[in-house]
Design a protein around this ligand. Sequence first.
Ligand SMILES: Cc1cc2nc3c(=O)[nH]c(=O)nc-3n(C[C@H](O)[C@H](O)[C@H](O)COP(=O)(O)OP(=O)(O)OC[C@H]3O[C@@H](n4cnc5c(N)ncnc54)[C@H](O)[C@@H]3O)c2cc1C
Length: 387
Amino acid sequence: MDFHLSEEQRLWRKAVHDFVSKEIKPLAHEINEQEKIPQSVIKKMIPMGLLGMSVPEKYGGSELDAISSAIAIEEIAWGDGGTALTFEAHNELGCASVALFGSEDQKSTFLPPVTSGDGKLTALALTEPQAGSDLRNIQTKARKEGKYWVIQGSKSWITNAGEAAFIVTLVKTEPEKGSQGMSMIIVPIDTPGLTIAPPEKKMGAGGTHSHEVRYDKVKVPLEFLLGEEGQGLQQTLRILDGGRISVGALSVGIAQAALEEGVSYAKERETFGKKISEHQAIQWLVADAATEIHAARLMVYYAAWLKDQHKPYTQAGAVAKLFATEMAERAAYSAIQIHGAYGYSREYPVEAMYKAARLMTIGEGTSEIQRLVIARKIFKEGPLRME
Ligand SMILES: Cc1cc2nc3c(=O)[nH]c(=O)nc-3n(C[C@H](O)[C@H](O)[C@H](O)COP(=O)(O)OP(=O)(O)OC[C@H]3O[C@@H](n4cnc5c(N)ncnc54)[C@H](O)[C@@H]3O)c2cc1C
């Protein structure tokens, strides 16, 4: 493995960083206070290729390698964590499900409008009120009726549902077969019987919205099933493997932003006759955060590199997600500590960073589930080693 980014990846990092510095970071406070990403920002992301990162060019995407996608998510999160989650869910959950498992017809029908269209997004609906980590326990069902699937049930916490063109929905098509009877179905947002509740009132990450979604005899053509019937759980686990890399990257971006805020505040604030950056206690907070961010970034990029090499990356992705998400909370905690009372004020950006970071150990597989995945892999294949 080469320990450097390619020239292309470095240029891409710079392009996204410049874009985020200009178009997203200055709006982060407004986005969090108003809980809305301006549509104009989303429109500007389309020509950058940020709405179709995992999608082949022929369907309007930018077909990036996994490291470049991670870089983009990291940089957007450096600008604003909630905004990054919106685009992470769109790219790595909604679009990726269709790009990976869709037929030619499904890809050419559903992907171009959401990668290069008018800024409509996508969503992936797995979680239900009674089942998040334990997806085998979902109750939403789809039964065949003539040329249609008829879907009945409800989903919760579905990111982007209110802004989506379609929701890829995990259902039980043959409930008697348990986890072998699950499938993914594309549900266009305007299908009668589909109801999207108002966004959940969350702790933070105002740039992203999650909704309860109800399916009341929702009828979609049989051809909207993704891949093969009965493969839904395996498809979901594959998607979540990729999602772990990007939630890890997102966490690195939030942590990097928090560290930068802490450093710049420490250079200005004085106590006991000197800058607080001259107190060793503050220096240690900064040094620990920088060390952990570097470690997390390497872990995320390594998992992405394995993905790009078409090598197994489940353990590497879970390790990266576990460490990066827990690290981001520590880094944001330290940034608040460095700011003292101002860190607790909504007028300073570290408060929103902390609240966004707090989500990352929960979404797309909690820390506990990452530990289960890692431990299972260790007992089966041994601990992770560098290739
Ligand atoms: C802002 C936000 C956005 C989200 N977006 C989406 C989305 O777009 N699509 C979607 O489908 N879902 C989404 N989710 C849901 C998210 O994926 C779930 O919340 C997550 O998977 C955890 O499920 P749960 O909340 O049901 O917790 P539970 O599964 O009920 O877990 C509760 C606690 O028990 C622990 N636990 C559970 N099982 C075990 C075990 N076997 N061993 C040890 N500990 C265990 C968990 O780690 C957790 O600490 C989102 C959630 C949030 C908060």
